[in-house]
Write a protein that binds this ligand. Structure first.
Ligand code: GDG
Length: 483
């Protein structure tokens, strides 16, 4: 990234902030946000410098950001974090309700879970306007504005109205639903208009781009949509709609995976497994219903039923990180996972073996990388997933190439990682059979598959993702700067 061709000032805009400052009895604690979006953008801004606008959600956030600006890092700052403060009602309407109970399930095509209300919509709109006003006040004329995801769908057009000359790229991290599903959202036309305020609209896969272009075509009959160039002519401007599959910093992960600490940790796990002749499987995700945790437990039940010789041989570790606990559906899911796991363990477990172990909190990056390195297989069972970074992180950590990745065919990552064994989370019997196949794969075949996927990720890193979007944005917005 040192040799990044980007020279214009960068402003990143996200819902979540990269660092949350929390007041504790022992003073202020800085909590880095471990989500996919943030871990992608923080290293970039640290290298390039710039500004990041986000919701300040920490109890000590005001204290560490005099005038709303918090330097990052606090000592020897590399970039500025601009915090936007939201009232409890705003958080409820904009984030918990419209974004997380409406757009999130809709985009993952789990329509029975989607709830929309005009009241939540109006709060969603006003918070998007708050973000737009902040950037409009402070953004330099030649700045590249890079906004993100389903919480800020209206931001591009609201900012465009306030500052027509600004260059705006918006990246949609989750799937784009088919038009049949999209139109169930009462405000879908406004959502489309909101996004079309950008110069560059990025999606994870070509399927998402195709679904988005179809939505535009079907909604606005007279708008010109060019499938070859993937451009939409919108209110006298050209909107470039392109797939930019997000990725990971594989070199950094490899460095960490080979570090003495991770190596010691991973070897320790392997020694314990070898003494019992056992294999280790792993899954890691936020406790979100889109990740297919319950279907995966069903597949495991099927697996231990159909292949009884595997009982006592396979240890499965599921890391389930609490998330969005203000939303009912998430609390219910967390309980269901507990119940289903206990049931499975009661059914198959013995005095000295439990099929599934659960960790119910976030695990630090060093341990996580050690577990990824040591594991014999990983299960990514998403019902729908924009990309799924866990799949790419697992592959990047597999120094010995021993592990097999079982990857849901409905996760964006499956379009690139074609040497994974693909599973359908809706098909427990097929899932179980594929797990049996994975456990029986010879070592050379495992290594061959893993190396093919590692090569693929080396060719498309996180920095390639960011650079491609910003280059497209510079190109798309050159005329604003010239005129
Ligand atoms: C959205 C889209 C898209 C998780 N548990 C722990 C932990 N994590 C880290 C993972 C990974 C990130 O959180 C999760 O990213 P995913 O991509 O898997 O999933 P979402 O959070 O749903 O992300 C998704 C992504 O945006 C980026 O565009 O790929 O499709 O839904 O980095 O490692 N990290 C640590 N401990 C944990 O316990 N340290």
């Amino acid at each position: 990234m040192e040799d990044t061709p980007i020279t214009r000032p960068l402003v990143v805009v996200t819902n979540r902030e990269p660092y949350v400052d929390e007041r504790t009895r022992r003073g202020i604690r800085v909590l880095p946000n471990a989500g996919g979006v943030v871990s992608a953008l923080d290293p970039l801004l640290r290298k390039m410098g710039g500004d990041w606008v986000a919701w300040g959600s920490g109890s000590a956030d005001r204290q560490t950001a005099p005038g709303g600006i918090r330097p990052v890092p606090l000592k020897d700052p590399r970039y500025r974090l601009h915090r936007i403060y939201l009232s409890p009602d705003e958080v409820q309407g904009y984030y918990n309700r419209y974004a997380n109970q409406g757009l999130w399930p809709l985009s993952h095509m789990l329509i029975e879970r989607a709830r929309f209300s005009r009241q939540a919509w109006s709060v969603y709109r006003s918070v998007n306007l708050k973000f737009a006003r902040k950037v409009a006040r402070e953004g330099a004329a030649d700045a590249l504005i890079f906004s993100h995801d389903y919480q800020l769908a209206l931001f591009p057009s609201l900012l465009r109205q306030l500052r027509p000359e600004l260059a705006i790229a918006h990246f949609w991290h989750i799937p784009w639903p088919t038009f049949t599903v999209l139109r169930l959202c009462p405000q879908y036309q406004e959502i489309l208009r909101g996004l079309l305020g950008a110069d560059v609209l990025g999606f994870q896969t070509d399927d998402d781009v195709e679904a988005f272009l179809t939505s535009v075509e079907r909604t606005f009959r007279h708008v010109l949509v060019d499938r070859t160039t993937q451009q939409v002519q919108w209110q006298g401007r050209t909107v470039q709609v392109t797939a930019f599959p997000i990725s990971v910093d594989i070199e950094e992960i490899e460095r960490l995976a080979q570090s003495p600490r991770v190596t010691r940790f991973a070897h320790g796990i392997r020694r314990r497994l070898a003494s019992g002749g056992q294999q280790l499987g792993i899954s890691v995700e936020r406790a979100d219903y889109t990740k297919g945790i319950i279907p995966r437990l069903e597949a495991l039940r099927e697996f231990f039923t159909r292949y009884p010789h595997r009982r006592g041989q396979v240890n499965f570790l599921q890391i389930v990180v609490p998330t969005r606990s203000e939303v009912n559906a998430y609390r219910t899911l967390f309980r269901q996972v507990e119940e289903e796991t206990e049931r499975l363990n009661r059914e198959f477990g013995t005095a000295d073996w439990k099929p599934v172990l659960t960790v119910r909190r976030s695990v630090d990056r060093t341990r996580l990388t050690g577990l990824f390195r040591a594991a014999d297989f990983a299960l990514v069972s998403s019902l729908f997933d924009g990309m799924n970074l866990v799949a790419k992180e697992f592959v990047s950590s597999q120094i010995e190439g021993r592990g097999v990745l079982l990857l849901s065919e409905t996760a964006g990552a499956s379009q690139e990682l074609d040497a994974a064994l693909s599973v359908n989370p809706w098909d427990p019997e097929g899932f179980a059979a594929t797990l049996e196949q994975a456990l029986s794969l010879p070592a050379e075949e495992r290594i061959r598959r893993m190396q093919a996927m590692q090569k693929q990720i080396h060719g498309h890193t996180l920095f390639d993702w960011v650079t491609a979007i910003l280059i497209a944005l510079e190109a798309a917005s050159e005329h604003y700067v010239r005129t």
